[in-house]
Design a binder for this molecule. Structure first.
Ligand code: AVI
Length: 322
């Protein structure tokens, strides 16, 4: 059974990679960044001085979790917490603790694309919150959110933090939030973490850290393709190149081919690159507060409370099903 799943996942990975590299302009899906090494590199990014997002949101959760919890917990009206893209849970831990103080009965459903991450959460989180019910779900956000509905019919708080929504463009984020809403009910909430527009240089630096962690994170996807799909990307032939457009709020990471080259993927398939041809690796969208309200409205939610860090660089907004 496990073998069947592994083959299916590899086939999907292969299909997505080939489709992305055969399109013009070339692209790869950033959800594939997160193999075991990718998870490690993302941890390194989060510890980089330039990557302010984690610290901003951590400050919000450390200082305002009690307020978030009290907006949601209603005596006698049980609910569960679902986290889309749970990662290491270091931020949500503060909120989970605050909720647990008010209501010990809820189940936490962490959802993550990385199996490694879900295994770690299931092992470590009970040590931090003794008695917490955890039901880990490894897979794609929406598929697993639907699965959580099959497991429990309770009211829900869905967490979509860490600016994960930024890894979509504006239209995609609306479509995604609509899909999330279609899995929810009238009394449900969504807590969304948005990285806000700010000095463009600060944003660009966050995706071009001096340590080279973000560069390694991007190149690691080529390494992963080499390893899992038997490809022969020469990593030195690609340059990490992030750009930020302060008008659209889109920060995009590219890998740029240094030379004309042919890359084999498996024994028979190959992809040709022109000199300076790009691979679009990732989008990290930044928003004004007004735009976050528009996304809420257009996807069927009503913003009920805003939680900012002290610099107002980041916001976790509590939306209610409307
Ligand atoms: C996960 N996501 C919100 C991160 C971001 O900021 O877009 C991923 C990342 N990519 C490069 N650095 C961090």
């Amino acid at each position: 059974m496990q073998l069947v799943t592994a083959t299916k996942n590899t086939t999907k990975f292969f299909k997505d990679v080939m489709e992305g590299l055969r399109s013009s302009p070339k692209r790869l899906d950033s959800k594939y960044f997160y193999d075991d090494r990718g998870d490690e590199l993302f941890q390194q990014i989060m510890n980089c001085e330039e990557y302010y997002l984690t610290n901003c949101e951590m400050e919000i959760l450390q200082t305002q979790s009690a307020a978030i919890a009290s907006a949601i917990v209603k005596p006698g009206n049980n609910f569960d917490v679902v986290e889309l893209g749970a990662g290491d849970c270091s931020k949500s831990l503060h909120l989970l603790k605050a909720i647990f103080k008010l209501d010990k009965d809820f189940t936490f459903f962490p959802i993550d694309i990385s199996k490694h991450v879900i295994d770690l959460i299931q092992k470590d989180l009970p040590r931090q919150i003794n008695g917490l019910n955890i039901y880990g779900l490894n897979g794609e956000y929406l598929e697993m959110l639907k699965k959580s509905n099959q497991v429990s019919a309770r009211r829900k708080l869905v967490l979509f933090m860490g600016s994960n929504i930024g890894n979509m463009n504006y239209q995609q984020s609306i479509a995604f939030c609509k899909e999330v809403r279609s899995c929810l009910n009238r009394e449900d909430y969504l807590l969304v973490g948005f990285d806000l527009k700010k000095d463009p240089q600060i944003i660009l630096d966050a995706y071009n850290d001096r340590q080279g962690a973000t560069r390694a994170f991007n190149l690691n996807l080529l390494k992963r393709i080499n390893k899992e799909l038997n490809a022969d990307f020469a990593l030195n032939n690609f340059k990490h190149f992030p750009v930020y457009n302060p008008e659209s709020g889109e920060c995009k990471s590219y890998l740029v081919s240094n030379c004309r080259q042919r890359v084999f993927i498996g024994d028979t398939e190959f992809i040709d690159f022109e000199e300076y041809e790009t691979i679009d690796m990732e989008i990290s969208s930044k928003y004004s507060l007004h735009q976050t309200n528009e996304i809420a409205k257009l996807s069927g939610f009503k913003p009920v409370e805003y939680f900012f860090d002290h610099k107002h660089w980041f916001v976790d907004v509590l939306w209610k099903y409307a």
